[in-house]
Structure formats: structure tokens, C-alpha cells
Design a protein around this ligand. Structure first.
Ligand code: NDP
Length: 469
């Protein structure tokens, strides 16, 4: 019998995805640029090897798959995807489908979707989240492309996806790059979520003098409550882990320069294009860049001296930090969903906001116990800022004072909190009926005669700025 699906690229994600597919009873044909990897993989597949067809050429791969074929690409985003599509194009037949399951920029996916349609091919862009573990045992899957193409392969993707109370976390988001767009925003939220956790870790480590295992224990306790989430859970395990060689906490020996592959940056850039403020995400991307500049930071510490950092006893409690993180997290998700709603209107998609919250409930990196309530709130009103939904406004009313106290104490003592601070400012702006943009409008009119509206009558006006204006 022929394979039910093909997969190209046996790296971290592809190898695990292939095993996951095979485990779900679908024979999978595999190909990798480095042939030795293909054979090693098949050898190591154990009992699953009987559902794996190792191929040494793309011709063999195509021949091994039952038509109409579906072939997953799990290669680095960017030109490699175009190269693989171009290499497959002469080999595949009408009705065959190419599925890019890497972290593509959704603009590229939009372009590839148009190119594929022109060539009479089916093309899906699928965002897969959950890292290696997710790929192996159940990722969260965000699909984009022709609906009928998705319907054809959905049974396979639903079978391999994570499940939340029995419901597969695999959803079609819309045409073209819709799936990769949603995956991008997922990653943007991931950046902000991680950064906020790191910021309260900084308060515990530097402000409160807590050891890494002590911080880990706090995360473990938080993981029993509203903050229950994958990222808090792994932060607990990270804090408690010790280096086998030295016996020291692993966290203490890891260099403080964060890497990135660009999805957070794409979110921030796209948010600017969409005029959708995702300030916590933008702050998190910038924080990674600042972390990478470790020599500049060291010079800064030499010139200005270290900030006091240590908090006075009782200035902040662990409960304050927990509440701050809850409030910050709500704000960050509210920003992410607002951006998705904006993109939906802008790009002519009908992005299903409640379903997006649902698809993130399991399998993905930002899975969190709050997402089920977010789905409920977005179901009731997808166009309303999530901060205003009953459950979340109730939570924010209870928790924002602690966010304020935390940000204030951190600022007083030189503990940087870019994401939580940005989140707090967003919250405060979004609860301020009269902003200060009246002055901005006056300035714009003063130097550029841009005009302004008045609060007391309709129409456009200019100010009495005189000859200097
Ligand atoms: P890896 O670096 O582990 O694997 C890359 C794979 O692509 C390898 O099989 C490699 O083959 C192949 N490859 C690289 N360059 C080329 C090329 N020029 N031509 C043909 N094949 C090539 O990557 P990951 O598995 O981590 O990532 C794959 C995709 O999934 C990326 O888009 C990534 O952003 C995305 N992703 C990754 C996640 C993760 O946690 N790692 C999570 C979610 C998405 P070879 O063996 O010959 O080098």
C-alpha cells in the first residue's frame, strides 16, 4: 500500500511530526536533503518503521504517495520553501497538494498561494506550535489555504493534533496566509508571555534575593492557579533543575542573551502596519534585542553603576507578582486578539476568534487555563476588547492594582519591566476617556495645519496660532 502523506525535512519538527503521523496509523513517505538522516530516522523508528517509507529522491517520494498526494514541507522558512516547491512542481500531478508547515511569513504564504493557484496546485500554509514535544505527541495546528484542500487532509491533522477535552486543536483559519498569520500572532503572544514571566523572575532574583529553585517553587505554586500554563510550568521545572556537572542551578549558568527567529518581530511589524497596538509584544521583542547587547549593558553598568535592584522588605509580595502577571497576561492576550480582529477586517479574512482561542488551549506554547474563558468571551463578542469581557474585567479590577504596585516598585529600584510596564500603560490608556491627544492634535495643526475636531461642535478647525503657526 502507498503512503497516505509525504514529508520533506527530518529536522527537529519534521522527524517528530513523521513519527506522530505514523503512530496515528497513516503510512508516511519521508525525504530529507541529507540522505543519511533519512535512513537513520527510519532505523530509529522502532515499531513505527513499518509505516515509514524512506525515500532517497523526490521522485521516489512522489511515487510512494497515494494520489491525490499531500506533501508536508518541514524546512526552514524562507527561500528553502520556494526551492522545495519548485523542485516538486514538475513531479506532482493535478490535485496534489503541498503543505508548508514551517513558520513562514504569512505574506510569503499569500504569495505562494497565488502562485500555486495559478499553477493549478493546492497549497496549504499551516502553523504548527508545540515544539518538538508537541510535534511528536500533539501540536496545535493553524491552517490556511483553500477550504476544500484543508478538508481533504484535516482527518490526518486532527488525528495528530493535541486534544482539549477530546476536541482536536487543529482549525482552518481562512484562505492564503491566514494560518501562518495566526501562528505568527501566537508567537508574538509567546514572546510577551515569556518576557513578563522573566520580568517577575527578575524581581524575585534581584529584588528579593531568591534562588533559582525558590523561584521555581513559586512558579510551581502559580501553576496551580489562574496562571496555570505551559510556560509557567516549564519555568518551574527550569528553576528547579541543577547542572549535572557543577550541581549549581542551571538557570544561573545560562548566558543572558535571548535568541529569536523573527516571528515576534513579524508580529510587531505587522501590528504597526495594521495600527493595532500590541505594546507588550513590541516591548518583548525589543527586550530580546537589548538582552543580546550584553557588552553595551556591561558598559552601562560601569558608567551608571548598578541600579539598587534590592527591594525593601515587604515592598512587594509574591502574591503581588502573581496578580501582576495575571493582569499583564490578560492585557497581552487582549492586544493579540485585537490585532487578529484588525487583520481579519484588513485582509478580508473571517478569522474565527473564539476558535483561535480554542485551538490554543492545548498543544501550543501559549496554552493556558485562561484560554477557555477567552474563547467563551470571544464567542459572546469577538469585536470587543477582551479586557472588557465580564470575566476578564472582573479579574483586571481585582489584579491591576498589584500590577501598578509591582511596576512602580520595580521602576523605583531599577528593575526593568518593559512588557509589564507597556501592558499597564495600555490598560490605563484604554480606561481613560479623555486622553492627552488633544495636545498632539494642536501641535499637528500648529506646525502642519492638519486641523482638528472640537468637542463642542462638529467640523474641522484650525487654532489661533497666529503667524508662527
Ligand atoms: P531543523 O533545523 O531542525 O531542520 C531543518 C530541516 O530542513 C532539516 O531536515 C534540513 O535537512 C532541512 N533543510 C535545511 N535547509 C535545507 C535546504 N536548503 N534544502 C532542503 N532541506 C533543507 O528545523 P526545525 O525542525 O526546528 O524547523 C522547521 C520549521 O518548523 C521551521 O520553519 C521552523 O521555524 C518551524 N518550527 C520550529 C519549531 C521548533 O520548536 N523547532 C516550532 C514550530 C515551528 P538536513 O538534514 O539536510 O540539514
Amino acid at each position: 500500500a502507498k503512503a497516505g502523506i509525504g514529508l520533506i525535512g527530518l529536522g527537529t519538527m519534521g522527524s517528530n511530526l513523521a513519527l506522530n503521523i505514523a503512530e496515528n496509523s497513516v503510512p508516511v513517505a519521508i525525504f530529507n536533503r541529507t540522505t543519511e538522516t533519512t535512513h537513520e530516522f527510519a532505523r530509529a523508528a522502532g515499531p513505527l518503521a513499518k509505516r515509514i517509507v524512506a525515500c532517497e529522491t523526490l521522485e521516489q517520494l512522489v511515487a510512494a504517495i497515494e494520489p491525490p498526494r499531500a506533501i508536508i514541507l518541514m524546512v526552514p522558512a524562507g527561500p528553502v520553501v520556494d526551492e522545495q516547491v519548485a523542485a516538486l512542481r514538475p513531479l506532482i500531478e493535478d490535485g496534489d497538494m503541498i503543505i508548508d508547515a514551517g513558520n513562514a511569513n504569512f505574506h510569503d504564504t499569500n504569495r505562494r498561494a497565488v502562485e500555486a493557484a495559478t499553477n493549478g496546485e493546492l497549497f496549504l500554509g499551516i502553523g504548527v506550535s508545540g515544539g518538538a514535544e508537541g510535534a511528536r505527541h500533539g501540536p496545535s495546528i493553524m491552517a490556511g489555504g483553500p477550504r476544500e484542500a484543508w478538508d481533504r487532509v484535516a482527518p490526518i491533522f486532527e488525528a495528530i493534533a493535541a486534544r482539549y477535552e477530546g476536541t482536536p486543536c487543529a482549525t482552518w483559519m481562512g484562505e492564503g496566509g491566514a494560518g501562518h498569520f495566526v501562528k505568527t500572532v501566537h508567537n508574538g503572544i509567546e514572546y510577551a508571555d515569556m518576557q513578563m514571566i522573566a520580568e517577575v523572575y527578575g524581581v524575585m532574583r534581584d529584588g528579593m534575593g531568591m534562588s533559582a529553585p525558590q523561584c521555581g517553587q513559586v512558579f510551581a505554586r502559580w501553576n496551580e492557579g489562574l496562571l496555570k500554563s505551559y510556560l509557567v510550568e516549564i519555568s518551574a521545572r527550569i528553576g528547579e533543575a541543577s547542572d549535572p556537572e557543577t550541581g549549581n542551578p542551571v538557570l544561573d549558568i545560562i548566558a543572558d542573551r535571548a535568541g529569536q527567529k523573527g516571528t515576534g518581530r513579524w508580529t510587531a511589524i505587522e501590528a504597526q502596519h495594521l495600527a493595532a497596538p500590541v505594546t507588550a509584544i513590541e516591548a518583548a521583542v525589543a527586550a530580546r534585542n537589548m538582552s543580546a547587547a550584553s557588552e553595551v549593558r556591561a558598559e552601562g553598568e560601569r558608567i551608571f553603576g548598578a541600579a539598587p535592584r534590592v527591594l525593601e522588605n515587604g515592598a512587594l509580595s509574591i502574591d503581588d507578582l502573581e496578580a501582576a502577571l495575571i493582569a499583564g497576561k490578560i492585557v497581552c492576550y487582549a492586544q493579540g486578539f485585537t490585532m487578529i480582529a484588525r487583520a481579519s477586517a484588513e485582509f478580508g479574512w473571517a478569522l474565527p476568534l473564539p476558535d483561535i482561542a480554542r485551538v490554543w488551549r492545548a498543544g501550543c506554547i501559549i496554552r493556558s487555563s485562561m484560554l477557555n474563558d477567552m474563547a467563551t468571551a470571544l464567542e459572546a463578542n469577538p469585536d470587543r476588547n477582551l479586557m472588557f469581557a465580564d470575566f476578564f474585567s472582573y479579574l483586571l479590577k481585582a489584579k491591576h492594582p498589584a500590577l501598578r504596585t509591582t511596576v512602580a516598585a520595580a521602576a523605583q529600584n531599577g528593575l526593568p519591566m518593559p512588557a509589564l510596564t507597556a501592558g499597564l500603560a495600555y490598560f490605563d490608556i484604554m480606561r481613560t476617556e479623555r486622553s492627552t491627544a488633544n495636545l498632539i492634535q494642536a501641535q499637528r495643526d500648529f506646525f502642519g495645519a492638519h486641523g482638528f475636531e472640537r468637542i463642542d461642535r462638529p467640523g474641522q478647525y484650525h487654532g489661533p496660532w497666529g503667524a508662527s503657526g
